[in-house]
Design a protein around this ligand. Structure first.
Ligand code: PLP
Length: 310
């Protein structure tokens, strides 16, 4: 089965989903998107879409910021996503990319008086960062963009140039990922992940006013830590030097899952190994996102009708 896309209100083979070179979003970054994981559960022969309605709620918020109208409800968007995964027929982990964009073939820097369009594509997707071994990060020389420049709480395509500059700088300097600071020097986030620290046994993460995307994995970790481990998360400003002194550090994201950070700016975090709390959260999160922990099945939308083994 070829991979399909939902494009111009119908399901078409991915290879047939093309946009014109004058499309507004292509020139000016006037689009917003989501990343949703579909996690393959081999025992149940099922793909579970993780927190699908929450991703579409965030997409609708991003659309609001960009004056993009989406004529679909969250339920309809989830249903389209299910159909797309079914049509593509994958039996492995997938990554779903909904994207709403200014589709007019017109030049001119603006958000008004333009047509809007929406598409969804799905692709296979392996590990994004090495969550098994852990990674090395650097503090980026690129500052996180401010809310009154391009709001980082929206997943806006044009904004991701900020992230791409930071990511490439980190990779070219021999690190795996960048940690960005806000213009006033507080810790913000990774280029596609939120960041958590363990300080005096407590979880600490930058808050919504630190120019972060309000991550769905971040929210999942906060809930799992509280409800399963009895650990509250402090959402507050985080100073750069706290990164160097933390007992543990990890990144969270749909793509990155929970990725332990073992070094920052060539300084070891804690012992320079994966911390105890990070490991516990990784295990909990993995079982929850694959639909293995039945208590959290309400976060998992099955893509396939139940399969019966032959
Ligand atoms: C900049 C940024 N921060 C954080 C995240 C993590 O968000 P989520 O956990 O919802 O994937 C992402 C990924 O979407 C991101 O692009």
């Amino acid at each position: 089965m070829p991979p399909y896309a939902f494009f111009q209100n119908q399901f078409v083979p991915l290879s047939k989903a093309k946009i014109g070179i004058m499309t507004h979003a292509f020139h000016y970054g006037t689009a917003c998107f989501e990343g949703i994981r579909g996690n393959w559960n081999p025992q149940e022969e099922q793909i579970y879409l993780f927190r699908c309605p929450e991703h579409y709620q965030r997409l609708l918020n991003s659309c609001k910021l960009l004056n993009i109208g989406l004529p679909c409800s969250i339920d309809e968007l989830c249903q389209l996503t299910i159909e797309l995964v079914q049509k593509s027929g994958y039996q492995e982990d997938v990554y779903i990319r909904p994207l709403a964009y200014k589709s007019s073939e017109a030049l001119g820097v603006k958000l008004h008086d333009l047509e809007d369009a929406f598409l969804i594509m799905v692709t296979t997707f392996g590990p994004y960062l090495d969550a098994t071994k852990g990674i090395k990060c650097s503090i980026s020389s690129w500052r996180r963009i401010d809310d009154n420049m391009i709001p980082p709480r929206g997943k806006i395509t044009g904004l991701y140039v900020n992230n791409a500059l930071a990511k490439t700088e980190a990779i070219e300097n021999g690190f795996d990922e960048a940690i960005m600071l806000t213009s006033d020097g507080h810790v913000s986030e990774g280029t596609g992940e939120n960041i958590f620290l363990v300080i005096d046994g407590q979880l600490v993460t930058p808050s919504c006013y630190d120019r972060i995307l309000m991550g769905i994995t971040r929210d999942t970790v906060i809930q799992l830590a509280r409800d399963e481990l009895g650990i509250e998360t402090l959402e507050r400003h985080v100073d750069r030097s706290e990164l160097y002194l933390a007992e543990e550090c990890f990144l969270t994201g749909t793509a990155a899952h929970i990725t332990p950070v073992l070094e920052i700016d060539r300084r070891k975090v804690g012992e320079g190994t994966i911390g105890k709390l990070t490991r516990e959260l990784q295990k909990l999160y993995f079982d929850v996102e694959c639909g293995k922990n039945k208590k959290y099945l309400h976060w998992c939308t099955p893509a396939y009708a139940k399969m019966v083994r032959a």
